[in-house]
Design a protein around this ligand. Structure first.
Ligand SMILES: [Zn+2]
Length: 492
């Protein structure tokens, strides 16, 4: 008997807006597709949160004994600067600005993406296909959509005919939009525009002579539209219908809506059974944006090299912080929130580390089996990690009472408690057992704070020789002090 036969999972399906009992298409097997990054810049912290949510979901399915095929793609062509299909390809633009080959841009930021995800302790997906590796498959799908009459060719480009599609299907059902409203709210097409209607989207774009990213096709040299790659790769690796499609909330429209339209036009039926969308991450209460300076990269959090946080935070700690919010809620990251979360993280790790040496008694003062099922219940309820973490802290409370001698636990319950704490904390939440280094970093943080305080006193006493000595010797050890309006902070 597999664990999954004992647990019933409910998933919030974005397509129906309801929490539904999850039943996979083939018993014991799950096909899951998640839209991956467009690799033209360092991976955004908000994107890390989205991928982390699906990593946790992937981990839970695997823990339950499911055979999961998890496909997360790399977008290395076709994603234009302006989502309204104007402007340059994001990767081609970066290549032009930095005088690189587009594939150099792709390589650089794919490596960065993998590095950061590894630090966050992600499991690799089963398949990580690229758009440029699937041009042939994309061309085949365009031919099929043309044949079915849901697309048209204009000057070497091929567009999806949304109005035609909407006559027999429902365009907008995922995002809850009506085509009539969309049409009423858009500007007139420019005279030189090849599209029949502003809602139509490109399946293939004709490449101008100066465009370097180009491939031959029946319609001339060009490149695929962004939405098409996900239809091509999900169909190829998961089939015409598969269990779960995930991504960030911002991809619901137009990206996922277009994916549905392409697949339905091609195959005559809906491609995905459960649509899942992860919510966004804000920084100090505001949307993250490089242009306003309200932005931080994952690497800058780990090193402390930033103007927003007072100290470095470890990847596992940041992962714990993100898991404290449900994946469908907006999460705000700030210095205070991270500091508070770090205390909890250290407390959890310390408690787990001490289970082994707990004294064994004749009775147990809490029902470990019931508590274990409560942990599963939290995860079964649409992967509710904040509730799960609250359950883990219920156990921490008992562990500490047993340590003090106020409660007791039997040897077999202790074994069950330890196994369950490990399963949920490390295997499912994906946190790492770096307990000793967490304690070390707490101690280091205390020592650095003490030296910052001593240096402040030295400066107040005009003892600049001492204050400079503290700063310089810390710098020799790789710890940089930074004086700001809010006091002195440090980075490693
Ligand atoms: Zn996609």
């Amino acid at each position: 008997m597999h664990l999954y036969q004992q647990q019933t999972i409910k998933i919030h399906n974005s397509l129906t807006g309801k929490k539904e009992v999850f039943v996979p298409l083939n018993e014991g097997h799950i096909g899951m597709y998640v839209c991956g990054p467009t690799v033209y810049s360092n991976v955004h912290l908000g994107n890390c949160r989205t991928f982390m949510s699906f990593d946790m979901i992937f981990r839970y399915f695997k823990h339950l004994g499911y055979n999961v095929r998890y496909v997360r793609n790399i977008t290395d062509a076709g994603h234009l600067v302006d989502d309204a299909e104007e402007g340059e390809d994001k990767i081609a633009k970066k290549a032009r600005l930095e005088q690189l080959e587009p594939m150099e841009v792709v390589q650089r930021y794919t490596v960065d993406f993998h590095n950061i995800l590894e630090k966050f302790n992600f499991l690799p997906p089963s398949i990580e296909p690229t758009a440029t590796g699937h041009i042939i498959e994309q061309i085949e799908i365009i031919k099929e959509i043309l044949e079915k009459g849901f697309a048209y060719e204009r000057n070497g480009s091929v567009y999806f005919d949304v109005v035609k599609f909407n006559e027999s299907h429902e365009y907008g059902k995922l995002s809850g939009r009506k085509l009539e409203d969309m049409i009423a709210n858009t500007r007139e097409l420019a005279a030189q525009d090849d599209k029949k209607s502003p809602q139509d989207f490109a399946l293939w774009k004709n490449a101008e002579p100066q465009h370097i990213m180009r491939w031959p096709s029946p319609w001339g040299d060009g490149f695929p539209g962004w939405h098409l790659e996900c239809t091509a790769m999900s169909t190829k690796y998961l089939g015409e219908t598969f269990d779960i499609h995930g991504g960030g909330m911002d991809l619901k429209f137009p990206h996922h809506e277009c994916e549905i339209a392409q697949a339905e036009a091609c195959n005559g039926h809906s491609p995905v059974r459960y649509w899942m969308h992860a919510n966004m991450l804000t920084l100090n209460g505001k949307k993250m944006a490089k242009s306003t300076g309200n932005s931080i990269l994952p690497g800058e959090i780990f090193s402390g090299e930033n103007d927003i946080l007072s100290k470095p935070f470890s990847p596992s700690m940041v992962r714990f912080f993100m898991m404290q919010a449900h994946y469908t809620s907006i999460l705000d990251i700030s210095n205070d929130a991270l500091l508070a979360s770090e205390k909890g993280f250290n407390k959890l790790m310390e408690a787990i580390g001490s289970i082994k040496s707990l004294p064994e008694g004749k009775t147990t003062d809490f029902n470990v089996t019931e508590w274990k099922q409560a942990c599963y219940d939290a995860m079964n309820d649409d992967f509710n990690t904040p509730i799960l973490i609250a359950k883990l802290f219920d156990a921490v409370k008992h562990i500490n009472l047993i340590k003090e001698g106020s409660e007791t636990i039997t040897a077999s319950d202790k074994e069950l408690l330890m196994q369950t704490m490990h399963d949920f904390t490390f295997d499912i939440l994906g946190l790492e057992n770096k307990q000793s280094s967490n304690v070390d970093s707490e101690k280091l943080s205390g020592v650095v704070e003490l030296l910052i305080e001593l240096r402040k006193e030295a400066r107040e006493n005009k003892d600049f020789a001492t204050s400079d000595k503290i700063r310089d010797q810390l710098a020799d050890l790789g710890i940089q002090l930074k004086d700001g309006k809010e006091g002195t902070t440090y980075s490693l």
